[in-house]
Design a protein around this ligand. Structure first.
Ligand SMILES: C=CC1=C(C)c2cc3[nH]c(cc4nc(cc5[nH]c(cc1n2)c(C)c5CCC(=O)O)C(CCC(=O)O)=C4C)c(C)c3C=C
Ligand SMILES: [Fe+2]
Ligand SMILES: [Fe+2]
Length: 346
């Protein structure tokens, strides 16, 4: 029997082409005009994005992107490109590995086209989001389907949905965090995940009334297996268990709220103020919704939240780096390609 190659499409969110305001504006427009990110009808979404967010936010975001940018470019993209090479090497020449970005470049369409031209007989799509959200994983699925639907011949496609409970994902963050925990004593550990609007979580509840965004998210069951908030809590539980943290010494919270709508809670900013107000002085911060360090980890958690903590009386704030180009991350990607995902934990 002849063997044909398998394609692997790695997809991260995307980043501006440069940290200059026009490129940041172009990125924000494409990103926020996605109906899964700002899920308003087209006209109100267009007005909000083009008349309010893009003009006012772009120069401010460009300023922080300039702090993040390195000589090689945006860390999110640099790590993604390195992961593409690392995974290709780990999998060998039976596979063709390509990296795409959901927004800006390189596009999903261009990379699927390259896989088609390479003659692959099946494709595994791995969105770089540990926890499923409609705004991220859902959006990658939608775009992959849109492109594939234009093809005459549609190959076998497998799409990884999540890996928030995968042992290698947990191991990666545990090993990164342990380095700090073994060196010094922290008063508290924060697990800060990217937030989403509360309404979007409720929209994803297929029963219509199970998720109250409260203690219902404290365990994963058949009913809420796709709840982003519940998946984040599950990641925390698994990390806490492996790290041996005591009850009351850690908090799960949600960062990066945009706009006036309610987002999932507790908010990271409020958590930081509350902890500092209680006399907590030393905090170790994990950001396990991201597999690569980016604006949201390095700048928001690493710099801005550190500043907020110190302004409120905190003394020491330490960010745990993401999986980036680590061996654990490449082993996890290899396992997702070869064995599929493990849904939830026991
Ligand atoms: C971890 C997964 C992510 C979810 C869920 C998510 C939801 C989400 N994000 C916005 C708005 C913005 N996000 C921005 C940056 C950004 N977001 C993620 C990941 C998730 N977003 C990443 C990896 C990044 C960083 C990219 C980088 O270049 O380093 C930004 C842009 C930056 C800024 O101006 O603050 C916005 C805006 C919404 C509205 C949303 C849920 C609906
Ligand atoms: Fe985001
Ligand atoms: Fe929930």
């Amino acid at each position: 029997m002849k063997h044909f190659k398998t394609g692997v499409l790695l997809v991260n969110l995307g980043t501006p082409d440069s940290p200059e305001t026009p490129d940041v504006r172009k990125y924000l427009r494409e990103f926020l005009m996605d109906g899964r990110v700002i899920d308003y009808p087209f006209i109100p979404r267009w007005m909000l994005v083009n008349l309010i967010i893009a003009p006012f936010r772009s120069p401010k975001s460009a300023k922080v992107y300039k702090e993040l940018w390195t000589e090689q470019g945006s860390p999110l993209k640099i790590y993604g490109e390195k992961n593409e090479r690392q995974l290709q090497e780990a999998l060998g020449n039976e596979y063709v590995v390509k990296l795409a970005m959901r927004y800006q470049s390189p596009s999903i369409e261009s990379k699927l086209d390259e896989l088609k031209k390479a003659g692959v007989s099946r494709i595994t799509v791995i969105p770089f989001f540990p926890q499923y959200a409609s705004a991220t994983t859902g959006s990658v699925y939608e775009e992959v389907n849109r492109v594939i639907n234009t093809w005459q011949t549609i190959p076998e496609i497998r799409m990884v949905n999540n890996f928030y409970a995968h042992p290698l994902f947990i191991k990666g963050f545990v090993e990164n965090g342990r380095k700090y925990l073994e060196k010094e004593k922290f008063d508290h550990v924060i697990f800060s995940y990217h937030g989403v609007p509360a309404r979007q979580i409720k929209k994803g509840d297929h029963t219509g009334n199970y998720c109250k965004l409260g203690s219902c998210c404290n365990q994963i069951s058949k009913v809420n297996q796709f709840c982003y908030r519940a998946q984040c809590f599950e990641t925390t539980r698994l990390l806490v268990k492996e790290l041996g943290l005591q009850e009351g010494t850690y908090t799960t919270c949600f960062q990066s709220r945009l706009g006036r709508e309610e987002w999932i809670q507790p908010y990271t900013e409020q958590t930081i103020k509350d902890l500092a107000g209680k006399g907590i002085k030393k905090v170790l911060a994990f950001s396990p919704a991201f597999v690569a360090d980016c604006l949201e980890t390095t700048i928001e958690v690493g710099d801005e939240y550190k500043e907020l903590f110190e302004e409120n009386g905190g003394q020491h704030w330490q960010l745990v780096e993401s999986l980036n180009d680590s061996e654990n991350w490449i082993n996890l990607l290899k396992d997702l390609v070869e064995n599929g995902q493990l849904i939830a934990s026991k």
